[in-house]
Design a protein. Sequence first.
Lengths: 281, 305, 207
Amino acid sequence: MIFLRSTRNELIKIALKPRSYLGLAAITGLVGIILFALKADGLSMISFVTASFEQTLRFEGNLLNGNLVAFIVLQMLIIHIPLLVALVTGDLISGEAAMGTLRLLVSKPISRTQLLLSKFLAGGIYTLLVVLWLGFLAVIVGQWLFGVGDLMVLNSDGLVILQADDVNWRYAGGFCVAFLALLTVSSLSITLSCFSDNSIGPIVSTMAIILLFTIIVTLDVPIFDPIRPYLFTTHMAAWRSFFEDPLPWESIKKSIYILLGHNLLLIGISLFAFHRKDITV
Amino acid sequence: MPNSIISIRHLAKRFGQFEAVKDLSLDVHQGDVYGFLGPNGAGKSTTMRCMLSLIRPNHGDIHLFGKDLRSNRASILARVGCLIEKPDFYKFLSAYRNLDLFSNISGKPSSKKEIYEMLEFVGLQGREKDHVGGFSHGMRQRLGIAQTLLHNPDLIVLDEPTTGLDPQGIIDMRNLILRLKTEQHKTIVFSSHNLAEVEILCNRMVIIHQGKSIVEGSVQELLHEQDQVIRIQSDAVHLDAAYSLSQSFPKAIQFKKLGLDGFELTMAKSDIPAFNQAMVAAGIPVYSLETKRKLEDYFINLLQA
Amino acid sequence: MLSFGLHAQDPTVLFMKLVKKFQAVKSYEVQATIKPNIPLIRILPVKAKVSFSYPNNFQIHAAGISILPKNGFSELPKLFGQAEKFTAISTGNENLQNQDTEIITLLPLDNEGDLVLAKLWVDATRLLILKSQVSTRTNGTLVSEYFYGTSASKGLPDRMLVTVEVKKFKMPKGIATDINRNSQPEDAKKAQKKGTIEVLFSHYEIH
């Protein structure tokens, strides 16, 4: 019960902290801009994609529909959302230390394990809220503005056109995996937060790690081949796999296992560090 | 030890190369108002934080309420209220919300009515919904006291509770501590740089220096081991006569002039009335006579020794 | 021995008969199922409704996205609409779909039009075009085969198979951001160079 009360506490703190709404507002603004741009000139963007095919083929139907718009929104924001998550979750321990409230928390009967896990849970719930809000704006609002239709996805090995009634479950699956990827970011930032007594350090460190790993993933250098499959950034775009045909289930499962493994590892490191941390601030 | 609320044995804590606490042992009995005295860096705060499981000691045992802190942390801390250094709260939350959050993880959550009553008790009625960010230091200190007492703890740990308070605030804090002791029979441990405060409030104390306990015991016993220092304001003409008179009191020692018209003298407490009468009889005017806080001398002497 | 040529019709006459047969149908609607089989594109069959009105207006109504040849179904209607601008030459015979066909090559009389060459494989007996090969300046060469059933008398096919060239397809970089795909692109030599679009027609409503 004390664990649940602590989780409630953490959620209240997140809900009443102005910074929490910065991320949600940023997502709203960014998606709004993208939707506006696509509404104004989305067809020319599609033409860029289909130009090569249009020498001998013609595409009929509503190409620029809500499903495609949602996909474009997700593609564009995949780099930015981790920062918006880390802004809040990276502050969960170090922010308390900076404010001086950590010593009061840790002197309470709640165990450090329960306290830390309640922060992980609250951070996960916030991350879920971010993903749901993004999904609402991208899919629901996108479909409201642009209508529904078949989804045209351009992969490096070709164009896939998915029928409209075959898309929603893919988005559901894709968002689940995207949530897992962002949860890993949340866990990473909380872990780094355990080693810091100031707010900004864990946030910047989280983004630095994501950027570094992303560069390693995209650099086509053989020396990184052994580690590349196990970096969590390799699997942050795993949600796109739900829009391939046939669905690469083995690849998706592998991504899920690796992301789950990262989360467990990060929680383990956090518990170890937090239990040994001397609260001197 | 019977009725020992806190029992610390051979406590040691090192931060890197620095030994904050070397080999500290002490006992706090039920109903004590126990003072931690020591200069900055002596190990007072480190010891208190070890008691509250904020810091992991490298060595030693800590027992509270007869139980080992390491294996009974939750049940022990549910009976402890603490205020460590300056009171910090969530500035973006109201006073009520702050207390509500902390009470939720204090063992038994407090009801809204109890929180409001406690805020009234500490003089913050009407400010329940105000953000703590707008509170003065004194108001935050009072909120800190409210947080400490809300779950009716048996042991109260205060680390320099009067720091930063105005004179009225200091008086209020002292009165509160006395009330908690006499009316509610709480056991209180507090540290302070204000030696007079410790002398007034505490019945037992420990002086810590360089991570070790120098002396521990009853304040009254410690004071009776030492003579009193009295300060007398007379006039410049009679200082020599006062000095000569003091020589006739064998136990009066360390005559020291203070300015042009005063002097200081160490003597047994029981000799003070007789010396005062002797001065009057000798025609030496006594404009004021005060006893210097003996504990301050005691403290300084011990440290120098 | 009689040469086949003695039995072949005059290509111009044959062509004009085809034009006349085409002009007899002013408008129709038909249910269509479009099945593209094109390298680099994966798409399920799409159901559509095709509307035609003379001389060469086609409207395709589909619930989703469909892929059609560049000029849709209008290659032959355009050709028939400009019949007087072409000269027809007989260029042999070929057996297609178990039928003897006469190959008519149509050459434009001037060099200004988009269409530069057309070949028709004609079943002269039933007056049906079984295969066409139309070359245009803008869209290259399009080869289509036609299969007939219940609407053969009107010259309307049940099935059409269009072959398209794909060797010019290129994936635009920077848009396809599946950055995690480590597999290398297919060897260009092994890549298919042609694709097909099969269209099945059913339930003609001829007006």
